[in-house]
Design a protein around this ligand. Structure first.
Ligand code: RM4
Ligand code: MN
Ligand code: MN
Length: 396
């Protein structure tokens, strides 16, 4: 029995890859300030090197999501150096994220800015980002917009909706056939009255109208507290519109805390919906799993390894759900039996299975401990403390 379970978990873990965010290795803060870490990465090469460590110790993070403005400030011209740095660090470029919120011109929005010239600039930046993605061999162009308004009556909500549809269609038209456009939603912040793409329904409508290669990206932190995220996931799966995740946890809003640090059962329930869908449909869901966390206080590389370990553990638990039994209990409206399918799986200690899976692949059984003993952190702390303070370009 134990062997069977181990086999099932092992097969599922084999296919579970997690993308790292370049911005998660740089110093970040809150609007009240930033506490600097001597080991934090500043250059894209340093971010890729740190991500390479997470991949080396976990074996499941071969790609790194990049932010164009922070990691490729000269656009296409930066592609060769980023490409070779990634190769040197043992990782590859992942989703490309245009930046549509930091420039002064975006004060009143990007795709929905009332000024046509700003809208054009924003769309052009996305089209260039699609070219960057192509040149780097990345499939996904991942869009998050800060567009919105702060006061009632100050924005034409319907006109802005149409501008978004038009802008996204223009970007979609510039994609290669194998590229994807991911549309992320967020209910508030930095806009505090209305956000143009505030929830999954708005993102779904806009992705649908943009074209067949556009899908929705669910950032776990971009929901109101108590919202049923796994139901959203189930609906998007059923509509074949779930393109990716940004993983993090939160207690209050978009806190970008470590995955599973507040509510691991919720992450488990999300994975359960995905795996139940795959079992029923017999098809693998094509979902990009990306971490989107900014660790203000924790050591960044350790926090990232901790996140990957947590994600794998919760995924392994979800892989233990007995789908036959669950489906039968649901059909029979046997509520307790159905719920117990989830609870039994969630209560299983999967750490020995995970350690076994890693050992079989020549990976350290406990990547966090192994990283701690590697000396990498001490070395970069010394090296990066000695270098002249460079200007930090990221504030994600
Ligand atoms: C947003 C969102 C995006 C991220 C930006 C910087 O809250 O989560 O994915 O790229 O922050
Ligand atoms: Mn996000
Ligand atoms: Mn966010």
């Amino acid at each position: 029995m134990r062997d069977q379970l181990a086999e099932r978990v092992s097969t599922m873990l084999d296919r579970f890859e997690i993308e790292l965010p370049s911005w998660g290795f740089a110093d970040t803060g809150t609007r009240f300030g930033k506490f600097l870490q001597p080991a934090a990465a500043v250059t894209v090469e340093e971010k890729l090197a740190d991500a390479g460590q997470v991949h080396a110790f976990t074996g499941v993070c071969p790609s790194v999501a990049l932010h164009v403005q922070w990691d490729l400030p000269h656009g296409l011209a930066d592609v060769p150096s980023v490409q070779s740095a990634a190769t040197r660090c043992g990782v590859r470029p992942g989703a490309i994220n245009p930046n549509l919120f930091q420039d002064q011109q975006y004060k009143f929005g990007s795709f929905a800015n009332p000024d046509e010239r700003v809208r054009r600039h924003a769309v052009d930046h996305c089209v260039e980002s699609a070219r960057i993605a192509r040149a780097l061999g990345s499939r996904d162009l991942s869009l998050w917009f800060a567009d919105g308004s702060n006061y009632p009556g100050t924005a034409d909500v319907r006109a802005r909706k149409r501008l978004f549809a038009a802008g996204l269609a223009d970007v979609h038209a510039a994609l290669d056939p194998d590229q994807r456009l991911l549309v992320e939603y967020k209910p508030f912040e930095p806009a505090f009255y209305h956000t143009d793409i505030a929830d999954w329904g708005m993102a779904l409508l806009l992705a649908r109208s943009a074209g067949p290669q556009a899908k929705v990206l669910v950032d776990t932190g971009h929901h109101y507290p108590s919202q049923n995220i796994e139901q959203i996931v189930a609906w998007l799966l059923d509509e074949e519109m779930l393109g990716g995740f940004h993983f993090n946890d939160r207690r209050y809003a978009d806190d970008d805390l470590t995955l599973g640090s507040i509510d691991p059962y919720q992450v488990f329930r999300i994975f359960n919906e995905i795996l139940f869908f795959e079992w029923q449909s017999g098809a693998a869901a094509d979902i990009a799993f990306v971490i989107d966390q900014s660790h203000n206080l924790k050591g960044k590389i350790e926090a990232m390894i901790q996140t990957v370990d947590m994600a794998q553990g919760l995924y392994a638990k979800a892989a233990l759900v007995d789908h036959e039994r669950l489906a039968a209990a649901q059909r029979a409206s046997d509520l307790i039996a159905a719920e117990r399918c989830l609870q039994d799986a969630f209560a299983t200690d999967v750490r020995p299975l995970l350690a076994e899976w890693r050992t079989r692949r020549g990976l350290p059984a406990d990547p966090l401990v192994a990283f701690g003993g590697s000396g990498y952190l001490e070395r970069i702390t010394k090296e990066r403390t000695a270098r002249p303070a460079a200007s930090v370009s990221s504030y994600a």
